[in-house]
Ligand binder design. Structure first.
Ligand code: GUN
Length: 259
C-alpha cells in the first residue's frame, strides 16, 4: 500500500490520469484477469501495473501475460522481457528498479572518471523484478556480469571482486565491509523494515551502509537511493506508452535505455 500510494502521488504530480484499484486479498484470479482485460481495452489508459506479490491463489505469470505489452509499464510481460534479453531493449519498456539503478550506476561511473564497460558487476539476487533484468541491462553496458544468489559459494569474496555491486536480496544489512572492494560503486536495492534501537520500525537496505560507505567510491542510501529512481522510471514508461499510443515520437528521452 505504501509503494502503490507513492506511485499514485507521483502520477498525479506528473499530471497523469491515475486510477488505483485496491482489491481485497480474497479477489479471485478470474476477477483480476477481467479487470486487466477492461484496462487493456480502455483507450483512456496507457499504462497498467499490477503490484506484486499477488496472493498465492493467483497465478502471477498468467496475470502479467494478460497485460497488453504496449501498456506494460513494469516491463514484466514475457514479450518485453524477451526484447531486453535479446538485445532489443530500445524497443521495450524497461523494468523500473533496475533501470533506475542503471542510471545511478552510469552517473556514479562518470563521477569517478570511469565507464561501466569492462567493469566486473556482481548482482546479488535473481528475482524477475530486479536481479535478472539488472544483469541483462549491465551486460548491455558491456559489464562482465556475475549473477549471485542464496546458494552462491563464498559470496563475500565474490562481492569483494566487484567494481559494481548491486544488492537485491531482501535481507537487512547482509553485505558488510568484507563484501566491498575499495572504490567500488555500490547500489542497494533492498528495502527492509527493521526494528530500530528506539523500538520504532525503520527502513534498512541489504548493505550495511555505515560499514560499506567508507570503502565505496559511490554508494546509494536506503531510503532515498534507488527507490525514488524506480518511481521516476515508472513515470517515464507511462509517458512513453502514452506517446506511442498517440503515434508520437518521445518528446524527451527522460529515461534513456542502453545504447
Ligand atoms: N513489487 C516490488 N517491486 C515491484 C515493481 O517494481 N513492480 C510491481 N508491479 N510490483 C513490485
Amino acid at each position: 500500500r505504501v509503494y502503490v500510494a507513492s506511485k499514485g502521488r507521483a502520477a498525479e504530480a506528473c499530471g497523469f490520469h491515475s486510477l488505483t484499484h485496491a482489491l481485497p486479498a480474497t479477489t479471485g484470479e478470474a476477477e483480476l484477469l477481467a479487470l486487466v482485460a477492461g484496462l487493456n481495452a480502455d483507450r483512456a489508459i496507457h499504462g497498467i501495473l499490477v503490484q506484486l506479490p499477488l496472493p498465492k491463489a493467483i497465478d502471477a505469470t498468467k496475470v502479467l501475460e494478460a497485460i497488453d505489452p504496449a501498456k506494460d509499464v513494469d516491463g514484466f510481460h514475457p514479450l518485453n522481457v524477451g526484447l531486453l534479453a535479446t538485445g532489443q531493449a530500445a524497443r521495450a519498456p524497461l523494468p523500473c528498479t533496475p533501470h533506475g539503478a542503471l542510471l545511478l550506476a552510469r552517473a556514479a561511473a562518470v563521477g569517478l572518471g570511469r565507464g561501466l564497460a569492462g567493469m566486473h558487476a556482481v548482482v546479488v539476487g535473481r528475482s524477475n523484478i530486479v536481479g535478472k533484468p539488472m544483469a541483462q541491462l549491465l551486460l548491455a553496458e558491456d559489464c562482465t556480469v556475475t549473477l549471485a544468489h542464496s546458494r552462491t559459494r563464498d559470496l563475500a569474496a565474490l562481492c569483494k571482486s566487484a567494481d559494481l555491486l548491486v544488492a537485491a536480496v531482501g535481507r537487512p544489512r547482509m553485505l558488510g565491509a568484507d563484501c566491498v572492494k575499495p572504490g567500488a560503486i555500490v547500489l542497494d536495492v533492498g528495502i527492509n523494515r527493521v526494528a530500530g534501537e528506539d523500538g520504532k520500525s525503520r527502513l534498512a537496505g541489504d548493505v550495511d551502509f555505515a560499514a560499506a560507505a567508507p570503502l565505496a567510491g559511490a554508494i546509494t542510501p536506503v531510503p532515498g537511493g534507488v527507490g525514488p529512481m524506480t518511481i521516476a522510471m515508472l513515470m517515464a514508461n507511462a509517458l512513453k506508452a502514452a506517446e506511442a499510443a498517440a503515434g508520437r515520437a518521445p518528446a524527451m528521452d527522460a529515461a534513456p535505455g542502453p545504447r
